[in-house]
Design a protein around this ligand. Structure first.
Ligand code: DOR
Ligand code: ZN
Length: 343
């Protein structure tokens, strides 16, 4: 079979690359995985809540690989006033990421209620910025990791009704209920789907910390709904890997290990494998290249390369880096049927 060549490299609309040594280790894997546009998450320690800090972070990323287009975000907290939104828009920051307090990695400064942020959301709507929602309610009472996303969906719909022109992305959706809710909303609401949630279910992370992330992978019926949405050709669903590197020492602790699945070096190959198995390879380019770009409409650096898919067996590297800061990739040591080549 002839390789399938795309017009452009992939665009990944949900990326964690951290800072310092981890950033230096992980940023080169963005291009290696076939991606030229990376939407960068702000949940550093401390989180990025000032425009100047986001811009300084972008410069540090550029120092590692200046050919990737980094699309930048702020972390929603009490510091993000309407004035900060206007300043951010002028500085070219694209989005604001909202983490409910305590639901995931570095979310301690996140939100407890959305109401105080209505003026901020109104300013974002005015500036055409994007609100990126981590769509989970914190576990408490009847809420637990399996229904936390479903319980959040009324909030998604409420925000969309209040701010109909505000572009909202439900990040890393993981359930059939979320897919249905996003379809019911107007065209300003879209969702990202990760590579790993296209194959994982609850059994794969119960007992394997490397497959544990938030929101957790759910039932086979949820996984199937995600595959159906991603391969459907609907522009409301596009690729955001939520690749989330953690040092192996933090993943292999007996208790309290970090949430996050690291997929960056092979993001497109994982997705290609799933699309091929469902006979939908013809829908891959729209999902990983076009729909996200169309929704965001960002200015990109020109690239002189693209990607080609080859039906060739590859084994996923067991480890990226060395020592306690090394990172274990998703499906470490396992075979993939599709190889992504940079051409
Ligand atoms: O599993 C996750 N890891 N989910 C998130 O929302 C954050 C991410 C991280 O930063 O490690
Ligand atoms: Zn994330």
């Amino acid at each position: 079979m002839e390789p399938i060549k795309f017009l452009k490299p992939a665009a990944d609309f949900h990326v964690h690359v951290r800072d310092g040594e981890m950033m230096k280790l992980v940023v080169p894997t963005i291009r290696q995985g076939g991606v030229s546009v990376a939407y960068i998450m702000p949940n550093l320690v401390p989180p990025l809540t000032a425009v100047k800090d986001v811009l300084a972070y972008k410069s540090r990323l550029e120092e590692v690989d200046s050919e990737v287009t980094y699309v930048m975000t702020l972390y929603l907290s009490t510091a993000i006033t309407p004035e900060v939104i206007h300043e951010a828009a002028k500085a070219g920051i694209t989005g604001v990421k909202c983490y409910p307090a305590g639901v995931t990695t570095n979310s301690d400064y996140g939100v407890n209620s959305y109401v105080p942020y209505y003026p901020t959301f109104a300013a974002m709507e005015e500036e055409n910025m994007v609100l990126n929602l981590h769509g989970e309610c914190p576990s408490a009472g009847h809420i637990h990791v399996l229904n936390a996303e479903q319980e959040f969906l009324p909030t998604l719909k409420d925000l969309h009704t209040r701010f109909p022109k505000l572009r909202i992305v439900l990040e890393h959706c993981t359930s059939a209920a979320a897919v249905a809710a996003v379809k019911e909303c107007g065209p300003t609401v879209a969702a990202t789907i990760t590579a790993h949630h296209l194959s994982l279910i609850i059994d794969n992370w119960a007992g394997n910390a490397h497959n544990y992330c938030k929101p957790v992978a759910k039932l086979p019926s949820d996984r199937d709904a995600l595959v159906e949405a991603a391969t459907s050709g609907s522009p409301k669903f596009f690729f955001g890997s939520d690749s989330a590197p953690h040092p192996v020492v933090n993943k292999e602790k007996a208790k309290g290990y970090s949430a996050g699945v690291f997929t960056q070096p092979n993001v497109v190959a994982y997705v290609a494998d799933v699309f091929a198995k469902t006979g939908k390879l013809d829908k891959l380019e729209d999902f990983v290249c076009n729909f996200g770009r169309n929704f965001y409409n960002i200015a990109e650096k020109p690239t002189d390369w693209t990607i080609a898919l080859k039906n060739e067996n590859v084994i996923v590297d067991p480890l990226l880096g060395t020592g306690p800061g090394a990172v274990v990739p998703f499906m470490a040591g396992e075979p993939l049927d599709w190889k992504v080549e940079i051409v």
